[in-house]
Design a protein around this ligand. Structure first.
Ligand code: SF4
Length: 489
């Protein structure tokens, strides 16, 4: 069994995880629908946002150069990082050369991707996450399990227990009290930090602006209180202009949390200028590639249009059951099933594109209409071509292909298979399949096939009439194959 399947099995046995995920994803899904419904011309806005993102990918290199020029005009120092290690090295060099000792961070998936905290601690810097969810993640010494809600997998009782254990405060599971405790600790850190680190939700090309959206206001403090502010930004996070930013902000908040707009939208255009009272003394932007330019030239390029709203995670039936940690890397859910193999290579991550029922719910909710199922299929194809596929799977697919293309073989085979499956399901549900097929029932059951196939029922109806051939209730009691695949245990 692969490590991915190990993690899935562990997740499926975790009842607390299932409860936490079920509640949160349900709530986020319905808020998203209501919020988008209240946006006039939401379909048109989604189309325009998609056009803007896809258009700039056509000349990403040229757009990045323009963005760099405008950043420099605004007094920002720009660095290019080929991979995560390079980005972290640049960050440590900046910190050391400016004699920074304590860093505060706002939420950033790019720095999760590069494992920045580890390298900063190793270089002797004190580093503190200031987004409440990320702060709990750091205290618990774990990783985020959702790109918007890092502790979606934790209950309030668990959070209370972590804070009690790690920062020695009296136990409480009251969210308001917990937030107050965290706020007091974080305020202290903001005031003593000399390095502020953020990601970037967007980089506006024509004004050289870094845009940060948050609900807690911590990004504003991280960008203004410390002497030095460093942004780590994936090279795909561009938008052409402030007019395009307006579209993105409208659909990002609605898709992510169901809000009309996030509480704080910060536009940072360079360090503090003479005569200004707010802002850092020195600002740097590290433009992170880390595999993105490899994606750009291929069939997965569309994924670089992702605005990291997390809506596809909340809609995905697989994510809802296994949570984020099972995906084994920074980005979970449908987006992670594409980005992780895209950035790190399909060979070691070939299980992720299989973690999808291809139901299309992700494509349906994606605010920039990314065709996620198409890209998952493309990765499955690459996995078959590039990675070593077990001979058992090859033989099975060959056998199926042989039978499926020969009706004289398929029909009796299906009949025999149906009889065998019914024999294994005395109560109407198959709990355990034999041999290689056992993988399917390791963590789920499935309904036994109906005694008659659709084609048999159809023929009978045609010759005898509907009332004569189908007993009352038979269609609903025992449909052939399309009534769901069973229960995840
Ligand atoms: S793929 Fe689409 S739905 Fe998923 S996080 Fe990205 S923008 Fe949001």
């Amino acid at each position: 069994m692969s490590r991915f399947l190990d993690r899935v099995e562990t997740a499926l046995k975790d009842e607390e995880l299932k409860t936490a995920l079920g509640r949160a994803t349900e709530r986020l899904g319905s808020r998203r629908s209501a919020s988008l419904a209240s946006l006039e011309n939401s379909d048109m806005i989604r189309d325009m946002a998609r056009r803007a993102k896809m258009g700039l990918l056509q000349d990403l290199a040229g757009n990045l150069e323009t963005f760099e020029r405008n950043l420099i005009k605004n007094g920002v120092k720009v660095h290019w990082a080929e991979d995560g290690k390079a980005a972290n090295r640049i960050m440590v060099e900046i910190a050391k050369s400016r004699d920074c000792k304590r860093a505060v961070k706002s939420k950033s998936m790019a720095t999760e991707e590069t494992h920045l905290n580890h390298d900063l601690l190793e270089a002797g810097l004190d580093v503190l996450e200031t987004d409440l969810g990320e702060y709990i993640v750091q205290l618990a010494d774990t990783t985020p399990s959702h790109i918007i809600l890092p502790i979606i997998h934790m209950t309030k009782e668990k959070i209370g227990e972590i804070m009690h254990r790690k920062i020695k405060v009296p136990y409480t599971n009251d969210p308001e009290k917990l937030a107050k405790i965290a706020r007091a600790k974080l305020r202290e850190a903001f005031l003593s930090a000399d390095l502020g680190i953020t990601g970037a939700n967007f980089g506006v090309i024509d004004s050289g602006t870094i845009v940060l959206v948050s609900n807690e206001g911590n990004a504003r403090l991280v960008t203004t209180l410390p002497r030095v502010h460093v942004v780590v930004m994936g090279i795909e996070k561009l938008v052409p202009s402030l007019a395009d930013l307006d579209l993105m902000v409208k659909i990002l908040a609605r898709s992510a949390t169901g809000q009309k707009i996030t509480t704080y939208t910060s536009l940072v255009t360079g360090p503090r200028r003479p005569g200004e009272t707010d802002g850092c003394e020195e600002m740097h932007v590290i433009l992170l590639d880390n595999g993105r330019s490899n994606i750009l030239g291929g069939p997965l390029a569309e994924i670089l249009g992702c605005i990291r709203c997390g809506a596809c995670l909340n809609a995905c039936p697989v994510y809802k059951n296994i949570g984020g940690h099972a995906y084994g890397d920074t980005y979970p859910g449908p987006i992670g099933a594409i980005v992780t193999p895209g950035l790190r290579g399909v060979k070691d991550w070939k299980a992720l594109p299989d973690a999808s029922s291809l139901c299309g719910a992700c494509k349906e909710v994606c605010p920039v209409r990314l065709d996620i199922p198409r890209m998952l299929l493309e990765l499955r194809k690459q996995a078959v071509e590039e990675a070593k596929v077990p001979w058992t799977l090859r033989a099975g697919l060959w056998g199926f292909g042989l039978a499926a293309s020969r009706p004289w073989l398929f029909k009796p085979g299906a009949r025999l298979g149906g009889i065998a499956a019914r024999l294994m399901a005395p109560g109407g549900w198959i709990k355990k399949l034999p041999g290689l097929a056992g993988g399917w029932t390791r963590s789920r059951d499935m309904k036994a096939p109906a005694p008659k196939t659709f084609q048999q029922l159809f023929r009978e109806r045609k010759t005898k009439g509907p009332a004569a051939s189908v007993p009352m209730g038979a269609e609903t009691a025992a449909p052939a194959v399309n009534e769901g695949s069973g229960h995840v245990r």
